[in-house]
Design a protein around this ligand. Structure first.
Ligand SMILES: [Zn+2]
Length: 482
């Protein structure tokens, strides 16, 4: 071989190995506009002062190396409407069936894809907005053994352990961990995504005995299936009560495979009782990866808070468990000493009338703890909730676009009621209404009702976008409703 040919061959071999060798194990590698060509292939990407601009529907950044275990952080910024994905474990970079996909989407609720940034798509979906357009945020993904963790701005959004011999739906048959490529690509044609850089640490393979071996139980199989169907599996009614912290609540939601909405109890004789305490509560939780909710207590709440402060929350809800009867007695239906039933039928008709007044006048999104009856009447639930009474409640829900909560703790409403409401086209939300730190459960009754009543993802409530809040459109009633 001629020397020149030998040198050329050596040069090519060197070049090839440099391109194929990814970040060294244990070292943190920073990849940005200055060295991107050493590590990645760019398709339809412009290099700008701010970083790598993914402007078109086909724009993508694909690693030239394969990697199995790693910690990655990408610095990203979206403009309104822009959607993209970060893919890992992609053995064939061109195939959409291949590898795990994390959503990049900071659009408002009911706008664009339901899944928002940090969603481990179809495996552990995230529906909570975790970042905003036009602001830099970090998207992190850690893979070690069979454990996957997705973070946005350092908050854990999705966590998942891939079970042994996992089988996926046909169209995502290779969404399975392997030594593969990392890809950032656009998934729609609106707006732009800017990538300001990536830091990557390649990790050693964990020893086989360190990998946790899990096999999902029957309830988790249902949850896995719902995630695959992109069903918005959200518990919209949880509370930080009985010592339960935000971190514990978020961890529990991720453990059971759903998203949480966390609500403060707001009203007369509650800790949150005016605009300043409501604002303080909102500011304390606004960065948390949960839906932010306000539970409006009693009927007096409409006189205690102003629309602008209320409208910061993702949604608001109330129940019909606190109201004043015709004799002027303020009742709390879950407290026997405060509940007066002089006549069953008159009580029931008064209750239905209170629900109608409340849901037609108070600008709430969800009717919580629905059809709850005082302990004295609860054994006769099926007899007292006559078809006529059910239909009056269903009508007011439908006319005022209020979602009906399926309550996991009280197992309410009955399956008969839920079926009737579904046929009428009412939207549903799932809610636990935990009373402490040990009764969060796993949405058992909601999942049972969903199956028995044939509820699909299109029947589910999603919070309104910020420009469509009921309280900003209709304001608050001048007088309390009941
Ligand atoms: Zn509650």
């Amino acid at each position: 071989m001629h020397l020149s040919k030998l040198i050329a061959a050596l040069f090519l071999a060197l070049c090839f190995s440099a391109c194929q060798t990814g970040p060294k194990k244990g070292e943190v590698t920073t990849i940005d506009a200055s060295n991107i060509d050493n590590y990645c292939l760019l398709h339809d990407v412009s290099v700008t002062q701010d970083g790598l601009l993914l402007k078109n529907p086909s724009s993508s950044i694909t690693s030239q190396f394969n990697i199995r275990n790693f910690e990655l952080t990408a610095k990203l910024k979206t403009t309104p409407g822009a959607e993209g994905i970060l893919v890992f474990a992609a053995t064939d970079a061109a195939s959409t069936a291949d590898g795990y996909e994390i959503k990049i989407n900071n659009s408002d609720y009911r706008v664009g894809n339901l899944q928002k940034t940090g969603s481990l798509a179809r495996i552990r979906n995230n529906f909570v907005r975790t970042a905003v357009d036009d602001q830099w945020f970090t998207l992190g993904v850690n893979v070690e053994g069979n454990h996957i963790k997705v973070l946005v701005n350092d908050k854990t959004i999705s966590e998942y352990d891939e079970p042994m011999n996992v089988v996926r739906a046909n169209d995502i048959s290779r969404r399975i961990l392997s030594e593969g490529r990392i890809v950032i690509r656009r998934s729609n044609g609106t707006g732009e995504i800017m990538c300001g850089g990536i830091t990557l640490k390649s990790l050693n393979d964990p020893k086989p005995d360190e990998a946790c071996q899990i096999s999902p139980d029957s309830l988790m199989k249902v949850v896995d299936q719902l995630n695959d169907q992109e069903f918005p599996l959200i518990d919209f009614h949880t509370h930080l009560k009985g010592g339960l912290t935000m971190d514990q609540a978020v961890k529990h939601a991720q453990f059971i495979g759903c998203n949480y909405g966390v609500a403060a109890n707001c009203g007369l004789k509650f800790p949150v009782t005016n605009d300043s305490t409501l604002n303080a509560y909102y500011n304390a939780i606004k960065k948390e990866p949960v839906f932010k909710a306000m539970q409006c207590e009693g009927r007096e709440w409409v006189t205690l808070f102003s629309p602008k402060v209320i409208a910061q929350f993702d949604y608001i809800f109330t129940d019909a468990m606190t109201w004043t009867d015709l004799k002027g007695r303020r009742m709390r239906l879950w407290i026997p000493e405060e509940t007066f039933v002089d006549n069953e039928d008159r009580f029931m008709d008064m209750l239905v009338g209170k629900i109608e007044a409340e849901l037609s006048k108070e600008p709430v999104d969800i009717h919580a703890n629905p059809t709850f009856l005082p302990a004295k009447l609860a054994p006769d639930y099926d007899r007292l909730w006559t078809p006529e009474r059910m239909d009056r409640v269903i009508k007011v829900l439908k006319e005022n676009d209020v979602a009906l909560e399926i309550n996991a703790r009280f197992k309410l409403p009955s399956i008969t009621f839920i079926k009737r409401a579904r046929e009428a086209g009412v939207k549903f939300s799932f809610g636990t209404n935990n009373g402490s730190n040990n009764d969060l459960g796993r949405l058992e009754y909601c999942l049972k009702a969903m199956k028995e009543a044939g509820i699909t993802k299109n029947d589910m409530f999603i919070p309104r976008p910020s420009n469509d809040k009921k309280v900003m459109k209709s304001g608050l009633p001048a007088k309390i409703t009941g």
